[in-house]
Design a protein around this ligand. Structure first.
Ligand code: 3PG
Length: 417
């Protein structure tokens, strides 16, 4: 038991049928339809291996993409093949989720065998529950097709999908209502890393918040500063630009137009409120870079610029590096600039290296941030690399994660088997 949640240490699984909800939702190549990377698949291997080695009959449930915009909503067949390659053991796949074919395949499993069912988001009930904010009662969850058909076949449910922990849907919270339930190894690892930067950070604790998802950055900033988890927030990316604008420096037409086009204008007022509440705990850039046929730097006196701001400048980078080097805890989310292009990669490359070199405990999360870390070859030197994006942001913003609540409720109810 950890943080009120049962773990695999609380259960014996040999000979049992175990449903494992993994998050192997992966980026998909538009042209080929193939997996762009198998990061999340790899991260779920330890729990799957542990269960199979212990003689469990392992039934894997997962989603890919979503029906809201039909983005990446594809079959999990290639995920099964990749799992089999990485595990070096067969992984069955069936193009069914909870129909008669799936039920028969689950019943036919033998100890140590693995089966991946198809994309749970092919079921309306799986998506409408979070897209339309329909909150089913525990009784209704137990009656969804997925839970009603599969739960009676299983002895244990394992939730390994921290990255989807913010979704209140049958595959994520329904089984915990009717089956003994444990969190998987990755789930606990990720939960522990995020709790360490939010609830029990060693101080000084620094959050580096960049990127263009201002709503996420601001809600995390508000939460971690008001609860005293963070001592300083280093702003960069579009987040830093909005702070600079709110503090009275015009950026120039191209950058201000971008902020408007992205619907971020209301955040200028919000930034003023954060500034009034937390003042010098929120650090904003003192210079920027533009791409004028190559990198050119401007300090705040050189603004407004008729070029788009594409990165933080070297004075800002140097200041941030110093703060990062002295921090005992560092959390990073959102790149400092357009790191994909040479003229604007400097800020992200140097800050990410500073985090990797810092003696403090570091956590990095979010798709772009992790991709930048991989590009600059620093991920191995970070304290913890999160697989989650939305779940992580909500956790750090102090919002309830439905999957954590479900796991705790199951632990309260359950007697370890
Ligand atoms: C993710 O990619 O962040 C998780 O798989 C959750 O996906 P979702 O945001 O579509 O629920």
């Amino acid at each position: 038991m950890e943080a009120g949640i049962l773990t695999l240490d609380d259960f014996k699984v040999g000979g049992k049928t175990v449903i494992v909800r993994v998050d192997i939702n992966s980026p998909i190549d538009r042209e080929t339809g193939g997996l762009v990377n198998d990061n999340r698949i790899r991260k779920s291997l330890p729990t799957i291996t542990e269960l199979a080695d212990a003689g469990a009959k392992v039934v894997l449930l997962a989603h890919q993409g979503d029906t809201e915009d039909y983005h990446n909503l594809i079959s999990l067949e290639q995920h099964a093949a990749r799992l089999a390659d990485l595990l070096a053991r067969p992984v069955g796949f069936i193009d069914d989720i909870a129909g008669p074919a799936a039920v028969a395949a689950v019943k036919a499993l033998k100890a140590g065998e693995l089966l991946l069912l198809n994309n749970v988001r092919y079921y309306t009930e799986e998506v409408s529950t979070f897209v339309n904010f329909v909150k089913l009662t525990p009784d209704q969850l137990a009656k969804t097709r997925l839970v009603r058909n599969l739960a009676p076949l299983a002895d244990l449910f394992v939730n390994e999908a921290f990255a989807a922990a913010h979704r209140y849907s049958p595959s994520l919270v329904g089984f915990a209502e009717v089956l003994p339930t444990a969190a998987g190894r990755l789930f606990i690892e990720e939960f522990r890393a995020l709790a360490r930067v939010k609830e029990t950070p060693s101080h000084p604790c620094v959050y580096v918040l960049g990127g263009s998802r201002i709503a996420d950055a601001f809600s995390m900033m508000q939460q971690v500063l008001s609860e005293g988890a963070a001592d300083k927030v280093l702003t960069c990316g579009l987040n830093g630009e909005v702070m600079v604008l709110a503090r009275g420096t015009a950026l120039g037409a191209p950058s201000e137009r971008l902020i408007e086009e992205k619907g971020l204008t209301p955040y200028i007022q919000k930034a003023k409120e954060l500034d009034a509440a937390f003042g010098e705990k929120i650090i904003s850039p003192v210079d920027f870079a533009i791409d004028d046929g190559g990198r050119v730097e401007l300090d705040l006196g050189g603004l407004p610029s008729d070029h788009l701001l594409v990165d933080i400048g070297t004075q800002t980078i140097a200041r941030y590096e110093q703060v990062i080097a002295q921090a005992a805890t560092i959390f990073v989310n959102g790149p400092a600039g357009i790191y994909e292009q040479p003229a604007s990669a400097e800020g992200t490359r140097r800050l990410w290296n500073a985090v990797a070199d810092a003696p403090g405990y570091s956590v990095i999360g979010g798709g772009d941030s992790v991709a930048a870390g991989a590009k600059f070859g620093v991920l191995e030197r970070m304290g913890y690399v999160c697989t989650s994006g939305g779940g992580m942001v909500r956790f750090l913003s102090g919002q309830e994660l439905p999957v954590v609540t479900a796991l705790r409720r199951a632990a309260d109810r359950s007697v370890a088997v």
